[in-house]
Write a new protein. Structure first.
Ligand SMILES: Nc1ncnc2c1ncn2[C@@H]1O[C@H](COP(=O)(O)OP(=O)(O)O)[C@@H](O)[C@H]1O
Ligand SMILES: O=P(O)(O)O[C@H]1O[C@H](CO)[C@@H](O[C@H]2O[C@H](CO)[C@@H](O)[C@H](O)[C@H]2O)[C@H](O)[C@H]1O
Length: 453
């Protein structure tokens, strides 16, 4: 990037940080990964500054606290005097320095760059940011490594790293191998700021595959889902098997417990509380409130013991990658908006099953968003969704060797979790993609309609 365009007058790290911080209130809201776009920024202050290079060019790892009326949250940045937009993650050479530090196992002013035991990394690779719509920033090095820099920092070890390390230890075949990490102390706690993993260059994400299959079906007005070339049911079944295997691996690695009456009560209360909070912001949800409450209450009637363990927490088709060797799960961070205590709590694996079932419904219906009503296409969408949801659940039941068993035998609980996820999606779409709000709303109408019958 040309230095002529560079507005920074500084050539020393401290002045650069002052200049950058002064501009952040204006710059942050325009970033995809910034989670506080709905509120005004009242202040930004540096929390932790680590000078990775003093000069030629200056490179600084910066953690700032972003102050908003009801919250103070830490965000991570990488800044240099050679880039004009505050963000050195877009510069391949500078990004490459992070990889080299991880490869060297370096510690710079308390910022610890580590590779996993038995891992030797290649140095000197350039890093390019991936273009996906993301909550964080991921840099790809050659076709070998991917480094995720968590943007909004969660104090403590990030569940993404903790869970994938645990899975790797028990030989899980459905994750990308963890290769390294970057950690620093924040408010006295060792906090994960980056995670390096094996990059799968041949990977295609499940959302892209599923929506291509739906498009094929829509283009063939007279054929059924099982008659079109792009039928996804075989993949959906294998995906179900992969998810069940990951749950069994998480159970092996980190254990399981039985939920007691108190846990179930808390779960029901949390689902109801989320409903109350979302309905106050999105009045379109109001007609479904009685049926939703009833479905949440019915979760108490689930027969038999309910197993709880560590789970993925935000599983959907965009979080699974199909490689030549099978399906992988990525991004074990949980729902980006949820508090860390909720994201790290032991929960029923059926929540992940419910998340994926919701995703099949999304994939089926997203092509109809904003289109004139077409009965034929609506029937096709429902058919695709039912076929693939059934195949996924079948695959899950086949491979469920842990304490979860066959999700189809847990109808009340699964329905409650699916509706709870749909309520979350209503809030998510309202805040991020209002034109998609109809997708979860129409699912809620359909599922609660089925409950009444
Ligand atoms: N190991 C990997 N190999 C190939 N692509 C990956 C890998 N990990 C992530 N990706 C790509 O990066 C995208 C974002 O990754 P993700 O972990 O979901 O980030 P975020 O937490 O920012 O949502 C994924 O949708 C996928 O396309
Ligand atoms: O991938 P993230 O961890 O950022 O998850 C958030 O964004 C997702 C959208 O990208 C959102 O997922 C919803 O839309 C998906 C299609 O784009 C669909 O596959 C999911 O089923 C649906 O929930 C996710 O809820 C949100 O947490």
């Amino acid at each position: 990037m040309s230095t002529e365009m560079n507005p920074w007058t500084s050539t020393d790290p401290a002045t650069l940080v002052d200049e950058v911080v002064a501009e952040l209130p204006e710059w942050l809201p325009a970033q995809r990964w910034f989670g506080g776009k709905d509120r005004k920024i009242t202040g930004v202050r540096p929390l932790r500054t680590t000078v990775l290079s003093e000069a030629d060019p200056v490179l600084v790892h910066l953690v700032v606290e972003v102050e908003q009326p009801d919250r103070h949250e830490p965000y991570q940045l990488l800044v240099s005097d050679t880039v004009d937009n505050h963000d050195a993650t877009g510069d391949p050479e500078l990004a490459g320095r992070l990889l080299d530090l991880v490869a060297d196992g370096a510690t710079v002013d308390g910022l610890v760059f580590e590779h996993e035991p038995d891992v030797e990394l290649n140095k000197g690779l350039r890093g390019r940011p991936i273009t996906a719509e993301q909550s964080n920033t991921s840099l790809v090095f050659g076709s070998q490594y991917i480094l995720k820099l968590f943007r909004k920092l969660t104090l403590g070890e990030n569940p993404d790293l903790v869970l994938q390390r645990a899975l790797h230890r028990v030989g899980c075949e459905h994750i990308a191998r963890p290769l390294g990490s970057i950690t620093g102390r924040l408010n006295g706690q060792v906090t994960t700021v980056g995670m390096l993993q094996q990059f799968l260059p041949d990977a295609v994400d499940g959302w892209a595959m599923a929506t291509t299959s739906v498009r094929d079906l829509m283009a063939e007005g007279d054929l059924h889902a099982d008659e079109v070339g792009g039928d996804f049911a075989g993949e959906a079944q294998r995906l179900g098997q992969a998810v069940a295997t990951v749950h069994a691996d998480l159970e092996r690695a980190l254990g399981t417990q039985h939920a007691d009456a108190d846990d179930i009560e808390k779960t029901v209360r949390a689902m109801t509380a989320r409903l109350d909070s979302v309905v106050s912001a999105v009045p379109e949800l109001r007609p479904y409130v009685p049926a939703l409450r009833e479905a949440f209450e019915a979760a108490r009637d689930t027969p038999g013991a309910i197993a709880i363990q560590h789970i993925h927490g935000d599983l959907h088709l965009g979080q699974v990658l199909r490689t030549v060797h099978g399906w992988l799960l990525i991004d074990f961070e949980g729902e980006p908006g949820a508090p860390i205590a909720e994201r790290t709590a032991l929960r029923s694996p059926l929540r992940d099953v419910a998340g994926m079932l919701r995703s099949f419904d999304y994939a089926a219906h997203q092509l109809l968003v904003g289109q004139p009503e077409d009965h034929q296409l609506a029937v096709r969408a429902l058919e695709w969704s039912r076929r693939n949801r059934a195949a996924f659940t079948e695959g899950y039941a086949e491979a469920a060797s842990g304490s979860v068993g066959d999700p189809r035998k847990r109808g009340y609980l699964l329905r409650a979790f699916e509706l709870d996820k749909a309520v979350y999606e209503v809030a998510y779409e309202y805040a991020n993609r209002p034109e998609w709000l109809t997708v979860p709303l129409s699912s809620i109408a359909r599922i609660t309609g089925e409950v009444k019958r």
